[in-house]
Ligand binder design. Structure first.
Ligand code: ATP
Length: 470
């Protein structure tokens, strides 16, 4: 899978792909307890995609469907390897091509979620390591993190202290778990070591139905960053970055059936609250993305938001027990699975570009948009040039007007000063000193402006008037 040429993958960095969640159902064999109680198997996988309820007597009296079709169904004798190959591999391994992916296990307690997810996680990781070995032309960085949601608080399974972690809203990355440990994976042994730490840290408790029941929702996350070696350290290098999530949900049963009371009962109510929200998110998404989707009603759905209808490829494996006693739980699981298969996600390749590569990309994008406009009948460049020329002319005209106004203002100011000066002089020579001095004053006043200007005539009159008043 994937492309041998690293640069090929970068061709469509933002080309999103709408596709349905891949939903499969895995039925486990009857367990020892069920065999000891002479339980009968009520379900049968009649082909690769259909599972039927074969208790015809009960089916006749029931309003529920007797046949369910999914992308894939796995009968009791299918191995986890087969479940991986046919139910999860294609989705999970998209991560090496820069596409986010998630694999979930959903089902009642003791139906085989942890059993299935442990295998799926290991097979995926082995294939990823194998892929890396075969693709020497790219450099890979693997980061591993792990958390559990227990009683509606998020815990880091790789951190020694169990204090709850906060969820933050990042405008680009969506919901982010604050201070979550991220280990850079060195090799396969390092991974095994981390997986066993997670296993030992996870909340396990004994319930009536499962002596080592996972009481929390567990999320293991592997983030892969890769760049073509050829471009490493160069300005045009691009990095593909994506995460694969392995989600082992807590049991979806009703508290009364599986739990023993006390703290198990409190866990049950929290588990069910998250799963109830998950159910209603899936139900609403299955009818389209219109309207309010209650992602924020539980930590589980907040963290998984992009895997449920967002930028990710998603596979859900629903696990059921074949036993008659659990027919109600199995039906609920199959109803959940039926809704999930109607949900679409929109995954795209996640490319982180270097600054230069980004500029280059934006230039190309600009050229593409200009072409589009041109073919739609617009001339982008000539329109812009004409507009600029018009603006320049307008600015030039305004500048000329401003210069003219400044000139006129200065002239007016100087005339006002002269007038004031003249008035002051007149007051000081109010005494009549004969016609000579009168004509002398008049002569000075007339020399203020050109003989033809209106202002000079006005000044003349003012002066004469002044004398007349005396
Ligand atoms: N397909 C299978 N084949 C054989 N054994 C299985 C299979 N699935 C589950 N089991 C066994 O059934 C038991 C319960 O499985 P598991 O713990 O995986 O259930 P679960 O759904 O994760 O339960 P819980 O929700 O309580 O954690 C385990 O002992 C497991 O080994």
């Amino acid at each position: 899978m994937g492309s041998d040429n690293g640069e090929e993958r970068i061709q469509g960095p933002c080309a999103g792909r709408e596709e349905r969640i891949f939903v499969s159902v895995r039925m486990r064999p009857l367990n020892e307890m069920e065999i000891a109680r002479n339980e009968v198997t009520d379900w049968e996988c009649i082909n690769d995609s259909t599972i039927v309820y074969k208790n015809s007597f009960a089916a006749m009296r029931s309003m529920y469907p007797t046949s369910y079709t999914f992308d894939r169904v796995f009968s009791c004798d299918c191995s986890t390897r087969q479940v991986y190959e046919e139910g999860a591999k294609a989705v999970a391994l998209s991560v090496v091509d820069g596409i986010n992916s998630s694999v979930f296990a959903y089902g009642q307690t003791s139906s085989g979620k942890t059993y299935t997810m442990t295998g799926i996680t290991e097979y995926t990781m082995a294939d990823i390591f194998d892929y890396i070995l075969k693709h020497k032309e790219r450099e890979f960085v693997l980061k591993f993190s792990s958390m559990e949601i227990y009683n509606e608080s998020v815990r880091d399974l790789l951190a020694p202290d169990a204090s709850p972690l906060r969820l933050l809203d990042d405008p680009e990355r969506g919901t982010v778990v604050e201070k979550l440990t991220e280990e850079i994976l060195r090799d396969w042994n390092h991974l095994k070591e981390l997986l066993s730490i997670c296993e030992s840290q996870r909340q396990i408790g004994e319930t009536f139905l499962n002596e080592s029941s996972s009481r929390s929702h567990q999320l293991l996350r592997l983030t892969i960053e890769s760049s073509a070696r050829e471009f490493l350290g160069k300005d045009n290098s691009n990095t593909l970055t994506a995460s694969v999530n392995f989600v082992d949900l807590a049991g979806s049963e009703r508290a009364s059936q599986a739990l023993s009371g006390g703290s198990r009962l409190k866990e049950g109510s929290h588990i069910n609250r998250s799963l109830l929200t998950l159910g209603s998110v899936i139900r609403k998404l299955s009818k389209g993305r219109n309207g309010h989707i209650p992602y924020r009603d539980s930590k589980l759905t907040r963290i998984l938001q992009s895997s449920l209808g967002g930028n990710a490829r998603t596979a859900i494996i629903c696990t059921i027990s074949p036993a008659r006693i659990y027919v109600e739980q199995s039906r609920n699981t199959l109803l959940f699975a039926s809704c999930a298969k109607e949900v679409s996600t929109n995954a795209h390749v996640n490319v982180v570009m270097s600054d230069k590569a980004l500029v280059f990309h934006l230039q190309k994008e600009l050229a593409r948009l200009e072409n589009q406009l041109r073919s739609a009948g617009y001339s982008v460049r000539s329109d812009a040039a004409t507009l600029l020329r018009e603006k320049d002319l307008h600015i030039e005209k305004l500048e000329r007007e401003v210069r003219e106004l400044i000139l006129q203002r200065d002239l007016a100011l100087s005339r006002i000063q002269d007038l004031q000066q003249g008035e002051a002089d007149d007051k000081s020579s109010m005494k009549w000193e004969g016609p000579d001095s009168y004509y002398h004053e008049l002569h000075i006043q007339q020399s203020w402006g050109s003989p033809n200007s209106g202002e000079s005539t006005l000044a003349h009159h003012l002066c004469i008037g002044g004398f007349q008043d005396i």
